[in-house]
Design a protein around this ligand. Structure first.
Ligand code: UDX
Length: 440
């Protein structure tokens, strides 16, 4: 089928490329000429493992191309996806839909023949109705339907999540649109992936409900980890004990410094805003949003305690800046709260992150960036692991102890086990594991 993907951010570029890899003809459109030029040169503007190779394979196969002008492709398309950003509008929890609406207005007069316009962007319930209205107004004779097809991609695992999804959700009231989208996703039938056909508003809400529930699950285990610290329990063993219950499941039960990223923070705010506007506030998610923000700040106190009560004049080696491993994304990353908080208390910050330092320089010019974890820790007073990159999982802990003046390692991702720490000379602090935390 002929597919147009409007927006080449992390959702649009991954989705467009994977549709091409399914064998469809895909044209990705972006109004940023530099981005399109770089993509034409095979340069991928985001860090997503495996994406560069998948893009070049499909460009070489002639199934994937990049343009700036939608008029070059929309007319021939069977399906046009809207995959542009829906950031949180400043000062409110509302998703900013100006880019979605602008695309709808621009593509309307370009439609030829029956076309399904699909919101792939995460959009509040009812946005599909508005997109349909905009297109109808700008192209009264167009033969089209508007559907919702939310993505459930994790950064760093987006290709895997697209090609082997737990489910595909197709939201439309039009049997014609449903049939066409089922054809589009037919390659997934091979793995018997469930394709759920729902109403458009149901699909829109499903996306928010999924992300909000995952955020609540993380918020839950984070607060349980604090209780574990207080009562002498081990949060990893509690997580295993509850996660073996199939009704709970073991995924997303890793405590950390608080969730970040381009989705959970934005989507939880948008959902609670929609709920308040509908007169049915979702107070649970409101509470998790507040709890998560407080948690990032509470990590500062935890680090100060591990440092012996003050970080004034201390040099702290921060390992990991991105909101999670295998991405260069720092949106709402805990490091954005933790680093300034430590600096305000008089600490000097050094940092190393395998992929995030370029992005970090946009935020922090007064951080001393180093080329590796060990170089970052050399003659620092203490070290803090904020992001659980694989390369922080097998550090030579005796060497680490020798590098750090105070021999203190604060691990906000519970990477190391007690057995690995014995005899290293490190004072090790983690979260929710008082039986593993040793030292001062
Ligand atoms: C998320 C959803 O997983 C994905 O389905 C949706 O489409 C987009 O949002 P993403 O934000 O890329 O994906 O990352 P994810 O792996 O979900 O992690 C989100 C945040 O939760 C990260 O900050 C991560 O560190 C944190 N997290 C995740 C935990 O703190 N503990 C966990 O157990 C899992």
């Amino acid at each position: 089928m002929r597919v147009v993907m409007i927006g080449t951010g992390y959702v649009g570029l991954v989705s467009g490329t994977c549709f091409a890899d399914f064998g469809h003809d895909v044209v990705c459109v972006d109004n940023n000429p530099d981005k399109i030029e770089r993509l034409k040169q095979g340069e991928i503007p985001i860090f997503e493992p495996g994406l560069d190779q998948l893009v070049s394979q499909n460009v070489a196969a002639g199934r994937l191309s990049f343009v700036t002008d939608p008029a070059e492709a929309v007319g021939e398309a069977d399906v046009v996806f809207i995959a542009v950003g829906t950031p949180t509008r400043r000062g409110s929890g509302y998703a900013d839909l100006q880019y979605v609406y602008a695309v709808a207005e621009e593509l309307a007069p370009l439609l030829r023949g029956y076309t399904v316009v699909v919101n792939k962007s995460t959009v509040p319930v009812g946005t599909g109705d508005e997109v349909e209205e905009i297109i109808r107004r700008n192209a009264p004779d167009a033969d089209f339907d508007v559907a919702s097809n939310p993505e459930f991609l994790r950064e760093g695992a987006a290709i895997e999540d697209f090609k082997r999804p737990d489910r595909v959700v197709i939201g439309t009231e039009s049997p014609r649109a449903e049939k066409l989208l089922r054809t589009l996703y037919r390659p997934l039938n091979l793995n018997e992936v469930p394709i759920l056909a729902t109403g458009r508003r149901t699909a829109e809400l499903t996306k928010y409900a999924a992300n909000a529930f995952l955020a609540v699950k993380i918020g839950f285990i984070n607060e349980i980890s604090d209780l574990c610290d207080a009562v002498g329990a081990n949060v990893q063993e509690v997580a295993r004990g509850i996660g073996l219950d199939k009704r709970i499941g073991s995924k997303f039960l890793h405590p950390g410094p608080g969730y970040g990223g381009s989705c959970f923070p934005k989507d939880t705010l948008a959902l609670t805003q929609t709920a308040r506007d509908a007169g049915t506030p979702i107070t649970l998610v409101d509470t998790v949003v507040a709890s998560n923000e407080n948690r990032k700040k509470s990590m500062i106190d935890r680090i100060v305690r591990a440092a012996g009560g003050s970080v004034e004049g201390k040099t702290i080696a921060v390992l990991g800046l991105t909101f999670k491993p295998n991405t260069d994304d720092m949106r709402d990353a805990p490091s954005l709260i933790i680093i300034p908080g430590l600096q305000e208390l008089g600490a000097t910050i050094r940092a190393y992150d395998p992929e995030g330092m370029e992005e970090s320089r946009q935020h922090f010019s007064d951080v001393d960036y180093r080329g590796s974890a060990y170089e970052c820790m050399e003659k620092a007073d203490l070290a803090v692991i904020i992001t659980e990159w694989d390369e922080f999982r097998a550090l030579d802990l005796e060497r680490v102890a020798g590098l750090l003046n105070d021999r203190v390692l604060v691990d906000l991702r519970n990477i190391y086990k007690r057995a690995e720490l014995e005899g290293t000379g490190l004072s090790y602090f983690s979260i929710g594991r008082p039986d593993v935390t040793a030292g001062k």
